[in-house]
Design a binder for this molecule. Structure first.
Ligand SMILES: [Zn+2]
Ligand SMILES: [Zn+2]
Length: 212
């Protein structure tokens, strides 16, 4: 039999081995990590193709977990936080273990229940330089930290800023039963501090007060 010419065929779908889950371009998937004890890699599927021997390959754009970024995990990074990187790759479709959903930050904070397959992304990440887009992010509380959706915050009825209970000398349980909250600044007679803020420790992300 004559050999077929080497060539690639684009595929619309790929069914994950041992499941009936169908992956299409545009989906987010979990992929087998290089070491078994590591968390699965998360990728955005750009394209699915088969070679002439029917090996299925996926062209992916990697999501990075905070601990995989140059700056490392920081206090305001949530456990389900991912960065959309500029790092593309071609992988065997066999390494796909499951599907997941990467929500926008806003949609993620509105989820009533966060399942194991739910993640969120609020930053793009340049893998070579460690830079983030956007490089500025709104900060809250007197500690001037970006919002970590894993942490409970309470809103001041006066200034409408959000505060960590611990930064206001409260426990989480006290904060949960609060009916009204006024932050310590609004509760005092001192003039309000200006709405500017100082750069954060590594200078990568400059905080910005957001009026809401
Ligand atoms: Zn705080
Ligand atoms: Zn206040």
């Amino acid at each position: 039999m004559a050999k077929t010419r080497p060539g690639k065929r684009d595929l619309d779908t790929y069914t994950i081995k041992g499941t009936n889950k169908i992956v299409r371009a545009g989906d987010c998937v979990l992929m087998k990590p290089s070491e078994n004890d590591k968390a699965p890699y998360v990728a955005h599927v750009e394209k699915i193709e088969a070679d002439n021997r029917n090996n299925v390959k996926v062209r992916v754009r990697w999501y990075y977990r905070p601990e995989e970024s140059i700056g490392g995990r920081r206090q305001f990074h949530g456990v389900k936080e991912l960065f959309l990187s500029d790092h593309f790759d071609v992988q065997s479709a066999n390494t796909i273990e499951g599907k997941c959903i990467v929500h926008s930050f806003k949609n993620y904070t509105k989820l009533e229940n966060v399942g194991p397959e739910d993640y969120y992304c609020r930053f793009e990440y340049k893998a070579a330089t460690g830079a983030f887009i956007p490089d500025r992010v709104a900060v809250y509380c007197k500690c001037e930290m970006p919002y970590n959706p894993d942490d409970l915050m309470v809103q001041c009825e006066e200034c409408k800023d959000w505060y960590h209970p611990a930064c206001m000398d409260m426990t989480i349980d006290q904060a949960k039963v609060l009916e009204h909250f006024t932050c310590s600044e609004c509760a005092s007679d001192y003039p309000k501090k200006p709405l500017s803020s100082s750069p954060m420790s590594n200078g990568k992300m400059l905080p910005k007060r957001q009026k809401r």
